[in-house]
Each structure stands twice: as C-alpha cells, then as structure tokens.
Write a protein that binds this ligand. Structure first.
Ligand code: THU
Length: 139
C-alpha cells in the first residue's frame, strides 16, 4: 500500500538503532497513530536475555505513554531478505489496541523486497480479550 511507504522506510531506518548484541538480529517498527503521529521502536536486548523486548512492543509502549491508544498501521522491518512477521507476544499486545490495525512487514530491502500485508486479526484470530470488555460476555 503506497500510503504506508513512508512508514516502512521509517521502520527500516530505526532498525539501525536496535540494541541487539546477543542475537545480532535488528528489528525496527513504525506505528502510525490515528492522530497521524508515528511512534518508532527497536528491539532492545539485555545481558539477562529474558529482559529483552521486541521492536513492536517498544513502539506501542512509547505511543501509549504519549497518550495515543488508537492506531492505523504498523510497519515492521527486520534483518534478512524475507519479512519477519511479529512474534506471538507482540500480536497479543497489538490486538489490545485494534484487531483491524494494518500490519506491513518487510525485510531489510524495505519495499524493494517482499512485503507481507495483513491485519492484526489475520495474524491472531480468536485472540484473548478481557472478558469484561467483550460485548457478548455472559459472565
Ligand atoms: N524480535 C522483535 O523485535 N520482534 C519480533 O516480532 C520477533 C523478535 C526481536 C527480539 C530479539 O531481540 C530478536 O528479535 C531475536 O529474537
């Protein structure tokens, strides 16, 4: 989608700021808020491996901390020629803020390489949602 070209380019650019000395795998994310603001994220690893965080969640948490909780799209750009779709944990965090959010995934060649275009609900069907917020909850 041409509309999201800049978002993909921003994700590829911010990927270069990744702190990933342990995996050597750099990931960048650019999250487009309903307001039009773009929130950037990279994966940030730690010597205590389990403390590492993915690029997608870094971007979402930055946005939420800035007061934005509704999003149009997220672009994800990772090392390697093939696009790397978001991990399960990131899918669950993204669905919290909108199953219809567009997810554009590219490899290090950006839009010159292969692109996977989907939505969060495509990537995480039947997602867990807080039952108290589910319209058809009978509990
Ligand atoms: N990673 C992400 O940033 N996003 C994903 O969706 C999958 C994995 C990061 C976490 C870790 O720093 C590195 O990639 C290798 O797993």
């Amino acid at each position: 989608m041409e509309k999201y070209n800049d978002l993909a380019a921003a994700a590829c650019k911010v990927r270069l700021n990744s702190h990933s000395p342990y995996s050597g795998f750099r990931v960048g994310a650019a999250l487009l808020g309903k307001s039009g603001t773009v929130y950037l994220g990279t994966n940030v690893e730690n010597a205590s491996f389990g403390l590492s965080i993915c690029a997608e969640r870094t971007a979402v948490f930055r946005a939420v901390a800035d007061g934005e909780t509704e999003f149009q799209a997220i672009a994800i750009c990772a090392d390697g020629k093939q696009p790397t779709p978001p991990c399960g944990a990131c899918r669950q965090v993204l669905v919290e803020f909108g199953p219809q959010m567009i997810v554009l995934t590219v490899g290090e060649e950006g839009l010159d390489g292969p692109v996977i275009h989907s939505t969060v609900s495509d990537l995480l069907p039947e997602a867990f949602r807080n039952f108290q917020q589910t319209e058809d909850s009978t509990q």
